[in-house]
Design a protein around this ligand. Structure first.
Ligand code: FE2
Length: 242
């Protein structure tokens, strides 16, 4: 199986369209979406509709659950909370219901999908350090767990003897008896100082994973945010990727 894994679209239609176009150009038939379809950007409805149409599996992110009141958005920072209030006021009933259908985790035989962490996903914890990643390996059974949430693409492996480290190659091979946690980065609001949209390709036949970065029309996404009355900071950060 060859698949694209996308996450953290955050209502950025321009980034999502660029990513889907690239996936189709590469003739990848399966798309798995790790959540945070909405929040921050100006096109929540269009992004829910496009994800629902194109993705084979979609799971919930904290901004999706905050929009439908399953997670308390008052714990969000003030700008994120304002974007949730804006999203609630602008999402239509049909798309609201689509978000209500999303579960926290899904898996195939060899792959696990979760927005934040495989252990206690409803707590929305972040994985940044090697120790953070290491602690999560006992919490899933599959060989590979794909995550999002931090908006920072990264990959960590663990060998059968427990040795764990970050992977620095891209693409990197999938090796037998080695397990992986892969953060696919963010389609619509990257935070690793690279403003290009991020997604991952998983190739189970040729046994590799690749993080792909793509240019998209940032100026248009910024213009829509400013015109919609969302906080200016949400437009500014797209250009710097942070
Ligand atoms: Fe996110």
């Amino acid at each position: 199986m060859k698949a694209a894994i996308i996450s953290d679209i955050h209502s950025n239609l321009e980034a999502l369209q660029a990513v889907i176009k690239d996936i189709k150009k590469k003739r990848i038939k399966k798309i798995f979406c790790l959540g945070d379809i909405v929040g921050y950007g100006a096109n929540p409805n269009e992004c829910v509709e496009l994800c629902t149409k194109e993705a084979d599996i979609i799971i919930a992110g904290n901004h999706d659950w905050a929009t439908i009141d399953k997670t308390d958005y008052k714990k969000f920072n003030p700008i994120a909370a304002e974007a949730i209030r804006w999203t609630r006021n602008n999402i239509n009933q049909h798309n609201f219901k689509q978000l209500q259908n999303l579960k926290l985790t899904r898996s195939t035989q060899e792959l696990c999908f979760v927005h934040s962490t495989p252990g206690n996903p409803e707590k929305w914890n972040y994985l940044f350090t090697l120790k953070d990643f290491q602690n999560q390996f006992p919490n899933f059974q599959e060989q590979i767990c794909f995550i999002g949430h931090s908006h920072v693409p990264s990959a960590v492996f663990q060998d059968a003897n427990g040795y764990t480290d970050f992977l620095r190659d891209n693409p990197f091979p999938i090796i037998k008896n080695r397990r992986y946690i892969v953060n696919v980065g963010s389609v619509g609001q990257p935070r690793d100082l690279d403003p290009r949209a991020s997604y991952a390709i998983y190739d189970g036949n040729r046994k590799y994973i690749e993080i792909v970065r793509l240019d998209y029309n940032i100026l248009l996404a910024q213009r829509k945010i400013l015109d919609s009355g969302l906080p200016e900071f949400l437009a500014d950060r797209l250009m710097v990727g942070k």
